[in-house]
Design a protein around this ligand. Structure first.
Ligand code: FO1
Length: 301
């Protein structure tokens, strides 16, 4: 189960440890946004580009070496410039939007994107239905990407809304993937707006409770701070503390093992009182060797 950049780092390690065919990624679509009439699926694309080895490694999103001529031209017409869509990246969004308009589902289109990029791994959107994460701040309620990219995640979070969650069904294959898995890995993604969105789709949490798979999560919070992104602001927005313990509480009803960083070793006892086993190790993924080591821990603990 994966969000964006943090998840993709672990996925890159996982496919070095197991056959990529054996991996199914269930991706967050709460960040999906329509821009310039195109359907953008940031987290699905981050996973696909990373596994295809074409991701821009510095940013963790977009395509390496991409140019931005189309965006520059669009800026002339509309003044829009806050979401950086590269020329090659735009091709993915044009392809996706065109097929969605022809009636294909997001999961069917994602499958076509993965095949075209030569991936053996299956990437499934959490849902094919309309789903949008909205953040409420003093400046108003806005799309998650507007909160994060346009406004730089600077606002205090007053509320989080999963628009569409009431009606969203798991995409074809999602529940089956969880039920038939030997292991479910919860990536070090934002527990509120990446994993939380996936868990909010009716049927997914239930499948996680039901499956015989071992469910292993890894904390995206190290030493009271998110490794990347605004997880601290979002946890506080839900009234939670910012700690590995608080993340475990959000997953405790289905999780078997939680992997926490060495700097948080003192939280082990408190987390184990939630009925979840704890493994303490290095969870910071600075290079491929760190990614592979963490992947092994996630798959073997
Ligand atoms: N993140 C940014 O911080 N700035 C951007 O301009 C930006 C563009 C972008 C384009 C395509 C894409 O797939 C992802 C993009 N991201 C950008 C990343 C994205 O906003 C977030 O990292 C994820 O949505 C969070 O998981």
């Amino acid at each position: 189960m994966a969000g964006g950049v943090g998840a993709a780092k672990l996925l890159a390690g996982i496919v070095k440890v197991i056959d990529p065919k054996e991996l199914t990624v269930i991706g967050n679509t709460g960040d999906d946004i329509e821009l310039h009439g195109l359907h953008i699926s940031p987290d699905l694309d981050i996973a696909a580009y990373t596994l295809a080895g074409i991701v821009d490694k510095t940013q963790g999103w977009g395509i390496s070496g991409d140019t931005f001529q189309c965006l520059d031209a669009l800026k002339t017409f509309s003044g829009f410039e806050w979401f950086h869509l590269g020329d090659r990246d735009l091709a993915t969004h044009i392809f996706r939007t065109n097929l969605l308009r022809q009636g294909y589902s997001l999961s069917q289109v994602t499958q076509k994107v993965c095949v075209a990029l030569g991936l053996k791994t299956t990437i499934l959107p959490m849902t094919d239905d309309k789903f949008e994460t909205r953040i409420t701040t003093k400046a108003g309620t806005m799309h998650f990407e507007e909160y994060m990219v346009k406004r730089g995640a600077k606002d205090e979070v007053l509320g989080v809304e999963f628009y569409g969650a009431e009606k969203a069904k798991p995409a074809a294959g999602v529940v089956e993937a969880i039920e038939n898995a030997r292991r479910v890995v919860i990536c070090p993604s934002n527990p509120v707006v990446s994993v939380g969105t996936i868990l909010s789709v009716k049927g997914i949490r239930e499948a996680l409770k039901r499956t015989d798979a071992v469910k292993v999560g890894v904390s995206p919070i190290i030493g009271g701070k998110p490794v990347k992104g605004p997880a601290d602001k979002l946890l506080r927005g839900l009234g939670c503390e910012v700690s590995a313990f608080a993340v475990t509480e959000l997953y405790a009803d289905f999780l078997d093992v939680f992997v926490i960083d060495i700097v948080d070793a003192s939280e082990k006892e408190r987390i184990e009182q939630l009925g979840v086993k704890v493994k303490v190790t290095n969870t910071v993924m600075r290079n491929m060797s760190d990614k592979v080591e963490l992947a092994k821990t996630m798959l073997e603990t």
